[in-house]
Design a protein around this ligand. Structure first.
Ligand code: PMP
Length: 399
């Protein structure tokens, strides 16, 4: 029956993990995975998550279905976290929101909603480069995918002029995907001034903004600061849609906790949009899982636990910022002729080193340091113990 099914290519990241596992080097380093690790290189379950989980178990809640759009207190808390307490659309009750299967599910529901209901276009523009899954998610949602300029390899920084020029040359009312903070894979975010310019250019073209916010709090350690782009756009009159993930900022990766929301014009419009979101979700997975959403809900809505969580988010972001500084410091100490400012200028879990595919292969083969061929390293995989060896390995390859 399946003789005509072609062999698909393996997942790039999983391939790295395979190669890493096979390597017998006692000090091998895996910088491929997109998940936070503590300073001992171990997965980290947030104490606030552990506490919320214990409280939930104590309550002996039933396992009945959630509604189609999920756990109500969870989505309420998620919206408040993203849009902020002063958000006009939130206060006016015109944000449609549904719980989703983490950030990926949010993007997929968003893609499907736009494909079905956005009246002006069936194409979404994503940055070059973008998270590797964006293209597949939107193509599978039935949208066409095009790209806009984002990364400048000469400066290892943002190609702001290219980005603005591309936004300006898109057809009117285009859909544009924006990474709200901690751009993946480059770690390069626009400054607040640049976001203002992007908002203006988007408004000029009548474009529709789709924010992907997978790292709120994880970038700067401050959940409000990381929401600047989204909130600024709304203040400027945009009515964006938003994909949220709680994989990184709560460490709930495998629990698959996320939300998709759309800012609408009125409560009446919100009700119609809500009804269509439900019509999309019902035949896909009927309703989302409850356990992870209950944990997130607890953390978002309990004032004491929320405060604790914010400290833990700050701790994760802080460790990453420290590892960036240490990597740069060690490279400079070794006498590297290259400039490494981009390592500390960039933000979030990933650093775009500027290393070529050949150099990345050399890193793996000669130094047992594994990461993707685009030169992206997961800073979360760097520890106080391996940073020196990592710097030496990079130095030996780049001089
Ligand atoms: N968007 C971006 C930019 C991401 O980096 C990720 C996670 N790597 C996601 C969305 C979604 O992740 P998840 O489905 O695990 O929430």
């Amino acid at each position: 029956t399946w003789s005509q099914v072609p062999q698909g290519p393996p997942d790039a990241i999983l391939g790295i993990t395979e190669a890493f596992k096979k390597d017998s080097h006692p000090k091998k380093i895996n910088l491929g995975v997109g998940a936070y690790r503590d300073d001992k290189g171990k997965p980290y379950v947030l104490p606030s998550v552990q506490q919320a989980e214990q409280e939930i178990v104590k309550k002996k809640l039933d396992k009945e279905y959630a509604g189609i759009t999920g756990v109500p207190e969870f989505v309420k808390g998620a919206a408040l976290l993203a849009y902020g307490p002063n958000s006009a659309p939130l206060k006016e009750g015109r944000v449609a929101i549904t719980q989703t299967i983490s950030g990926t599910g949010a993007l997929r529901i968003g893609g499907a909603f736009l494909q079905r209901h956005y009246p002006h276009a069936k194409t979404i523009y994503i940055p070059t480069p973008s998270w590797a899954n964006h293209k597949a998610v939107f193509l599978d949602s039935g949208l066409e995918v095009k790209q806009y300029r984002y990364y400048n390899k000469d400066t290892i920084g943002l190609d702001f002029d290219g980005m603005i020029a591309d936004i300006k040359s898109m057809p009117k009312n285009s859909i544009v995907l924006l990474h709200a903070c901690a751009h993946n894979p480059t770690g390069i975010d626009p400054t607040e001034e640049q976001w203002k310019g992007i908002s203006d250019a988007m408004k000029e073209g009548g474009h529709y903004s789709f924010f992907d916010m997978a790292y709120q709090g994880f970038a700067s350690g401050d959940t409000d600061r990381d929401a600047f782009s989204l909130r600024h756009f709304i203040e400027q009159g945009h009515q964006p849609c938003l994909a949220q993930s709680f994989a990184k900022n709560m460490g709930l990766y495998g629990e698959r906790v996320g939300a998709f929301s759309i800012v609408t014009e009125s409560t009446e419009e919100k009700a119609r949009v809500d009804s269509q979101i439900k019509i999309l979700v019902r035949p896909l997975y009927s309703n989302p899982p409850v356990h992870g959403a209950r944990i997130a809900s607890y953390i978002l809505n309990d004032p004491a636990l929320n405060k604790q969580w914010l400290t833990e988010v700050e701790g994760m972001a802080g460790r990453i910022i420290k590892m960036r500084a240490l990597l740069k410091e060690n490279l400079e100490k070794l006498g590297s002729k290259r400039k490494w400012d981009h390592i500390t200028d960039q933000i979030g879990m990933f650093a775009y080193t500027g290393l070529t595919a050949e150099q990345m292969t050399q890193l793996a083969e000669e130094h047992s340091v594994y990461a993707t061929k685009d030169g992206r390293i997961s800073v979360a995989g760097i520890t106080s113990e391996n940073v020196e060896r990592l710097a030496e390995s990079i130095y030996k390859i780049t001089g």
